[in-house]
Design a protein around this ligand. Structure first.
Ligand code: ADP
Ligand code: ADP
Length: 230
């Protein structure tokens, strides 16, 4: 669907003396259809990287491009990205189906489908086909996070960005959501950038992993390459 490239991406919050360098020159290529994970300790710059890709932040320096097109100055809703945050961010006063449909507010449903058909297809994709009329607070944490995933995928984004989507879930739910997520990702083939501080999770879920530290990328490797290290 799309290749993502970051070239020399830096991000400074605030001004020099009192400021924070969140990103200190990130170079990264995520291939078309890849499941790519950023892993590293809290504060290393993962969320800032993701927000820069999504367009919620502009880099202080450097370029983000999708399929060779620079995204500088392109608003988030014009970027063809679906985002899922750690806190599900569902609208409590809307039903599950309305939440998923909200993902289509900036965009038409795919050619030849109505909004209702698209919502139904997405709820089926995440195994919640009978939950559409419920409110989010009537669902488990894992189910709520699947609604957030369905909402992000509704407009058929080129890129799926996931910021610690499992962190609020217990181990059992994490395992089942992880299985579902990798299955959906490989079925749709959507280029995916996933964030976690959990190295085991990164290795279990990804095609390739970028290890981050202090606003830099230390290493990019496949899980097999990382396991093989002494
Ligand atoms: P991670 O997602 O890996 O935990 P972040 O990208 O959230 O890392 O943060 C990277 C650094 O930037 C941290 O030092 C953090 O305190 C700082 N930071 C993040 N967001 C802001 C902000 N809005 N204003 C100032 N500093 C920030
Ligand atoms: P994390 O928990 O990883 O730090 P947050 O949930 O705090 O991530 O990120 C929420 C931030 O993202 C908010 O600052 C909000 O302004 C921004 N945000 C979330 N969704 C959108 C959106 N659709 N459009 C613009 N900004 C958004």
């Amino acid at each position: 669907m799309t290749e993502l490239r970051l070239e020399g991406v830096s991000k400074q919050y605030g001004t020099d003396a009192g400021g924070t360098t969140a990103l200190a020159g990130i170079d990264l290529t995520v291939r078309d259809g890849e499941f790519f994970t950023l892993v590293g300790p809290s504060g290393c710059g993962k969320t800032t990287t993701l927000r820069t890709i999504a367009g919620f932040e502009e880099p202080t320096d450097g370029t983000v491009s999708f399929d060779g097109t620079p995204m500088t100055g392109v608003a988030p809703e014009k970027r063809d990205v679906g985002v899922v945050f750690q806190s599900y961010g569902l609208f409590p006063h809307m039903t599950v189906a309305e939440n998923v449909g909200y993902g289509l507010r900036f965009r038409d449903p795919p050619e030849g489908t109505t909004v209702d058909e698209r919502v139904a297809a997405l709820l089926e994709l995440v195994d919640l086909e009978r939950m559409g009329e419920r409110n989010p607070d009537q669902l488990s944490g894992g189910q709520q996070q699947r609604v957030a995933l369905a909402r992000a995928l509704a407009p058929e984004p080129d890129l799926l960005l996931l910021d610690e989507p499992m962190s609020a879930l217990d181990a059992r739910l994490r395992e089942s959501l992880r299985r579902q997520l990798t299955q959906i990702q490989s079925t749709l083939g959507v280029t995916t950038v996933y964030i976690t501080h959990d190295q085991q999770e990164a290795l279990a879920i990804s095609d390739r992993v970028a290890v981050m530290s202090n606003g830099r990328i230390e290493q990019v490797a496949t899980p097999q390459e990382i396991y093989r290290e002494p």
